[in-house]
Write a protein that binds this ligand. Structure first.
Ligand SMILES: Cc1cc2nc3c(=O)[nH]c(=O)nc-3n(C[C@H](O)[C@H](O)[C@H](O)COP(=O)(O)OP(=O)(O)OC[C@H]3O[C@@H](n4cnc5c(N)ncnc54)[C@H](O)[C@@H]3O)c2cc1C
Length: 297
């Protein structure tokens, strides 16, 4: 951990839990699916569909993975019969990928089936570089029978340009992200400007191929250039959507919606959401700066 990271960790350890809870509320969708659905309804009223993600740990046992599947199915149950545009964000490590990739595949199919019945798309998050082969393989396998399963690619990875060609050849839509895991030189570009170039190249490949792409970023440089690119290529706004995490860059998000651009908000929720958020806060001093600002407001 860096010196700033250690300082941030110390601040978080001395802040009362109630203060952290209040501040984290801005970034989370609550502890239960009912609270998350309230957030979904409120965002829908502001013109924004959502992706709901149940936060959890990587499953170390079949029992934990089963429990996580049950939590995900509460979302499809809650969405079924509503008019809401809700996607489901799923991490294969939560479904057992670490100890049994076949189990994770089977669980994903169960979730995709329930999601299809509820009218939902399932987005399979991309995790550490060591899981990319399994994750993309699982998405491709699921797509043979379920057209509502989509992929995620990380612009920071060297391999992504070639992975994207494979996804496009299979007409598999994807969310593009910079990449949240510290992968190092063996796998990933390190310079922010190179990651941005890679990000824009990947988005261009999807737009040119006419395969739907989720532009998941809060980086206004990328958003500006994707808008210019869409204009230059003459693609309509149903070819892509911006995606942002709840509570982050809300002014930019609102400006995009006002200008008629599609924006989806990812809402993380769950019984362990506060514990999970606290760990993420300790990892990311930038979020803590936002959090401390929001406590003052
Ligand atoms: C919808 C969505 C889904 C994602 N899914 C995945 C995934 O499946 N796999 C994966 O590896 N990564 C995922 N990520 C994370 C992504 O890889 C980046 O780590 C993250 O989005 C930060 O990069 P950025 O493009 O927003 O640009 P940055 O340059 O990091 O951020 C731009 C601006 O946004 C603000 N900001 C960014 N993130 C935060 C934050 N957490 N809290 C407060 N402020 C912030 C910063 O202040 C900065 O000014 C996802 C991100 C989004 C938005």
């Amino acid at each position: 951990m860096t010196a700033t990271g250690r300082a941030v960790s110390t601040i978080l350890d001395v802040l009362p839990a109630s203060v952290i809870r209040r501040a984290a509320r801005r970034y989370l969708g609550g502890a239960t699916v009912f609270e998350a659905m309230d957030v979904a309804r409120s965002l829908a009223a502001q013109g924004m569909p959502v992706t709901l993600a149940v936060v959890g740990e990587a499953a170390a046992t079949p029992e934990y993975a089963d429990q996580h599947v049950r939590e995900l199915l509460t979302v499809t149950d809650a969405v079924a019969g509503t008019e809401l545009d809700v996607r489901l964000g799923v991490k294969l490590t939560g479904l057992g990928l670490v100890f049994d990739p076949e189990l994770a595949r089977a669980h994903l199919l169960v979730i995709a089936d329930a999601a299809a019945a509820a009218g939902c798309v399932v987005e399979v998050d991309m995790e550490q570089a060591r899981y990319v082969d399994h994750t993309l393989g699982t998405v491709r396998a699921a797509r043979r029978t379920m057209s509502n399963v989509e992929a995620v690619v990380q612009a920071e990875l060297y391999r992504t340009a070639s992975d994207v060609r494979g996804l496009i050849a299979g007409h598999i839509p994807a969310r593009v992200v910079k990449g949240a895991y510290k992968e190092g030189r063996a796998h990933a570009y390190g310079r922010p400007e190179v990651i941005r170039d890679s990000y824009l190249d990947v988005v261009r490949q999807f737009l040119e191929a006419g395969v739907h792409v989720g532009v998941a970023t809060h980086d206004e440089y990328l958003i500006y250039h994707v808008l210019r690119m869409a204009e230059e290529l003459g693609v309509s706004s149903d070819a892509y959507e911006f995606q942002m995490l709840k509570g982050i860059e809300e002014d930019l998000r609102a400006a995009l919606v006002r200008s008629g651009h599609p924006v989806r908000v990812t809402v993380n929720f769950g019984a362990d959401a506060h514990k999970w958020a606290l760990r993420r806060l300790k990892e990311n001093p930038e979020v803590v700066r936002h959090m401390l600002t929001s406590i003052r407001q």
